[in-house]
Ligand binder design. Structure first.
Ligand SMILES: [Ca+2]
Ligand SMILES: [Ca+2]
Length: 207
């Protein structure tokens, strides 16, 4: 970390990290030619998919990136959600029944997408384990989630709601290594108690 900081300071002062002088061999009248000096001694960026120092270790795999915060963020997350509808007495009289949707997804980092206010976006295909809710029941339709890593045990999670990235809440780790969000909201059926919808999101860092 200190080496990275030092290199960054040197870079800022010199306007760039060890670069060539732009001259060809025949134009180069200096005593020493540019060779290995062009290669940084350490990994200078830990999230650009470039092996700057050429040691065969890329970004966070390189020891030079030890301690860099973004290297602590997962690249893969096991996602699971359970959505349960509990019909009120009046709703059941109107023909509505309790139902549940249970799905999982392996979420991997999506470098192409970005979410304002998020550190990373993850995406994956849903695997529906069970679903006995009616067709018009609102289910997650997009396996994309944005995360802002407030602390290792507290993430703010974002999902797309009507096309806009929207906070789904703060996922907290209860000590099990899985971060969870639980939302229980009443269903308002034109001023009548329609029951409740409980949503439980869970995110388990895998890699
Ligand atoms: Ca790099
Ligand atoms: Ca490297």
């Amino acid at each position: 970390m200190e080496r990275l900081l030092l290199l960054s300071l040197l870079s800022a002062c010199s306007g760039g990290i060890a670069t060539g002088d732009g001259k060809t061999d025949t134009e180069d009248t200096e005593d020493t030619e540019d060779t290995e000096d062009d290669v940084p001694e350490v990994e200078t960026e830990c999230d650009d998919q470039i092996d700057e120092d050429g040691d065969g270790l890329l970004d966070c795999d390189d020891d030079d990136c030890d301690g860099v915060e973004l290297c602590l963020w997962p690249t893969e997350i096991a996602f699971e959600t359970l959505i349960q509808y509990e019909a009120s007495f009046l709703a059941s009289l109107a023909g509505y029944s309790d139902c549940a949707v249970h799905l999982t997804a392996p979420l991997v980092r999506d470098r192409e997408d970005s979410c304002p206010g998020c550190d990373r976006v993850y995406r994956g295909e849903f695997n529906f384990l069970s679903d006995d809710c009616p067709d018009d029941f609102a289910r997650p339709s997009d396996g994309g989630y944005g995360v802002r890593f407030d602390t290792p045990t507290s993430w703010e999670v974002f999902g797309r709601v009507e096309g806009e990235w929207t906070s789904l809440g703060i996922a907290e780790d209860d000590g099990s290594g899985t971060l969870q969000i639980a939302n229980i909201v009443p269903v308002d059926a034109s001023g009548v108690d329609g029951g409740t919808i409980s949503t439980f999101f869970s995110f388990t860092p895998v890699d």
